[in-house]
Design a binder for this molecule. Structure first.
Ligand code: ZN
Length: 209
């Protein structure tokens, strides 16, 4: 906690000055972010840092494994859906990024099969939303046996799964049909901090240069 409090003081002392006017304007005019950025809760993936975004730029949703459930998923497993509807319909973002990452603990857990015990029922239910990703990895990537490489393909497939599921949201489908929204699949490699974007033509993730 001391580290957090030190950070609060450091922000007020050293950083706030150059953001003062921006925060005041955003307070007056409200937020108008251009992008809904869905990524993993992992502490190593910092949307604003890796895109050098300012306050007011990104509407960020972080969840375990950057999973986007299909629109018909109900109950406690779909708070992400609420954020999608809000960002698309109310804020009117023009771009939506789903950003997976390397060394994702959620993807590792998904591939291992979620534990059958009852200690973490919410985590179990949440990861099971992405069960189709595990099936794709088991079906199409049998030749990949290295756990790290398997987690990487799972994370990439999970981004594609998310993009596919986004189409099931009426608010997304409507804006896509009107040409008012673009979807992007990204992948962040932690060790190099490099971002890759999915290229539908090449059917692979290509480094953003
Ligand atoms: Zn993760």
């Amino acid at each position: 906690m001391q580290q957090l409090l030190d950070g609060v003081h450091k922000f007020r002392r050293e950083e706030f000055g150059r953001y003062r006017e921006l925060f005041q304007r955003l307070s007056r005019e409200g937020q108008n972010p251009h992008t809904l950025f869905i990524t993993c809760a992992d502490s190593r993936v910092l949307a604003e840092l890796i895109t050098q975004s300012k306050p007011g730029d990104l509407f960020v949703v972080k969840n375990v494994g950057n999973i986007v459930p299909p629109a018909d998923t109900t109950g406690s497993t779909n708070s992400t859906a609420a954020a999608i509807e809000f960002a698309i319909e109310i804020l009117g973002v023009s771009d939506l990024v789903v950003c997976g990452h390397s060394q994702c603990g959620a993807m590792n857990a998904l591939l291992r099969g979620t534990p059958g015990d009852s200690v973490m029922p919410h985590l179990r239910a949440w990861l099971e939303v992405a069960a189709p990703v595990r099936e794709v990895v088991e079906r199409d990537y049998r030749d990949i046996t290295d756990p790290l490489a398997r987690a990487t393909v799972a994370a990439e497939e999970n981004v594609l799964f998310a993009l596919e599921n986004l189409h099931t949201y009426p608010v997304v489908a409507k804006r896509l049909a009107a040409g008012e929204l673009r979807l992007h699949g990204w992948f962040f490699k932690i060790a190099t901090a490099k971002l890759h974007a999915y290229d539908p033509t090449q059917k692979q993730f290509v480094e953003i240069v």
